[in-house]
Design a protein around this ligand. Structure first.
Ligand SMILES: *Cc1c(COP(=O)(O)O)cnc(C)c1O
Length: 408
């Protein structure tokens, strides 16, 4: 079965007593059992079941099972947000004295987590030029446990040489943790390209409608956990499932970043239509990129599928398409704001990969806390706009952009 068929038809473990075609929202904290012995057996893992929704819940488990089936991965943990997927993964893998290699061109709150939270726990975070395999190599030592990067950075749209980095990680026995939010599983086959652990903000493409905040941790089964020091105890007991078991029985359960059943339900619904939505935004983004490229008032367009883009070859090699985000430059802040305020279809908002097209001026909003030098090192200028292309009819979208460009 292919993607959408699996998303629609992955069976849930017990049939519903009313024959509901969709698993109900189990909006409850605790579960009861017919006898004391049965309750003990569920607690000790002799029989499968749920005890308390911070640990597991049927609606959330259904979402995890669907994703496991779609991705052919070893295991999945759904979490309360993309940030909790990232923090839980790293708390499970790292301990004081370890180091992690990454880049400073990351999603802002991920960078803040590295700079302000991880360091307080005695973890050495090493920032490298992610485009230089040499500089990654030079930063590795015996205390390096993890390499972390994003498949496509935002808003710069840097695409690292994913295959080369995961191969290097494998050779040096380092775990590759990759944020694939910009290009989730329908768009990028992370297992095939050697990624060990996928972390995803499900808030974006998976929700689609921008309905719920949520996160996913996926173990692709590429890493041999028998070689990982911080997980030995779990390897002895759970074998290949060591990492997922450590999360479920320790890190994730203890930190308490469970997803709400209501949000799991909404994300599960979104999952069913990713392929349709992605195929549509693939075409829309290309149409919009070419329209902007040809427009005299647009100074430059950054989209990896434009032939002059430095990441064109990697975009072609790795992805079904390199996400539905593009940036473009207008003359200055004033023209950018006049243009944005004239838009009637495209919404002024910070989210990405919503069904609706969204626009923002990152220089003055998302990155407003950064210095001018830092902003320019992220490739941002005062007149830069980030557009997240939605699933509208592309003629309508382009007409909206065209009429708004006329006023500036
Ligand atoms: C949004 C986002 C996150 C954080 O996800 P939340 O669900 O908002 O916590 C992490 N990484 C990337 C690339 C994102 O776009």
């Amino acid at each position: 079965m292919k993607y959408t068929t699996k998303a629609l038809h992955t069976k849930y473990p017990k049939s519903d007593i009313y024959g509901a075609l969709r698993i109900p929202i189990y909006q409850n904290a605790a579960f009861e059992y017919g006898s004391s012995q049965e309750l003990e057996d569920v607690f000790t893992g002799k029989i499968a079941g749920h005890t308390y929704s911070r640990a597991t819940n049927p609606t959330i488990e259904e979402l995890e099972n669907k994703i496991k089936s779609i991705t052919s991965s070893l295991g999945v943990v759904a979490t309360s947000s993309g940030m909790s997927a990232i923090s839980n993964t790293l708390f499970a893998l790292l301990k004081s004295g370890d180091n992690i290699i990454t880049t400073n061109k990351l999603f802002g709150h991920t960078l803040s987590f590295f700079q302000n939270t991880l360091v307080d726990f005695g973890i050495d975070v090493r920032y490298v030029d992610i485009n230089s395999t040499e500089s990654i190599k030079n930063s590795i030592d015996e205390k390096t446990k993890v390499i972390f990067f994003e498949t496509i950075s935002n808003p710069e749209l840097i695409i690292p040489d994913i295959k080369a980095i995961t191969a290097l990680a494998k050779e040096r026995n380092i775990v590759s943790v990759v944020d694939t939010t910009m290009s989730p599983f329908y768009i990028f086959d992370s297992k095939k390209y050697g990624v060990d652990i996928d972390v995803i903000s499900a808030t974006k493409y998976i929700s689609g409608g921008g309905t719920a905040v949520g996160g996913l941790i996926i173990d692709n089964g590429n890493y041999d956990w028998s070689k990982y020091p911080n997980i030995e105890k779990f390897y002895t007991k759970f074998g290949a499932n060591a990492f997922i078991s450590k999360l479920k029985k320790q890190t994730f359960r203890n930190i308490g970043s469970c997803l709400s059943p209501q949000n799991a339900y909404l994300l599960s619904l979104g999952l069913e239509t990713i392929a349709l939505r992605a195929d549509r935004t693939k075409d829309n983004t290309k149409d919009v990129a070419y329209f902007l490229l040809d427009h005299p008032k647009v100074k430059s367009v950054n989209y990896p599928l434009l032939k002059t883009n430095p990441y064109y070859d990697r975009a072609k090699e790795y992805f079904l398409f390199p996400s539905s985000i593009l940036t473009f430059d207008l003359e200055d802040k004033q023209s950018a704001y006049e243009f944005m305020d004239k838009l009637s279809l495209v919404r002024r908002s910070t989210n990405i990969q919503d069904n609706k097209s969204l626009i923002i001026a990152p220089y003055h909003t998302i990155y407003s806390e950064y210095s001018d030098e830092q902003k320019s090192s992220f490739g941002l200028r005062s007149g830069t706009l980030r557009l997240s292309v939605g699933i509208e009819d592309s003629e309508d979208l382009i007409e909206d952009l065209r009429q708004a460009l006329e006023v500036i």
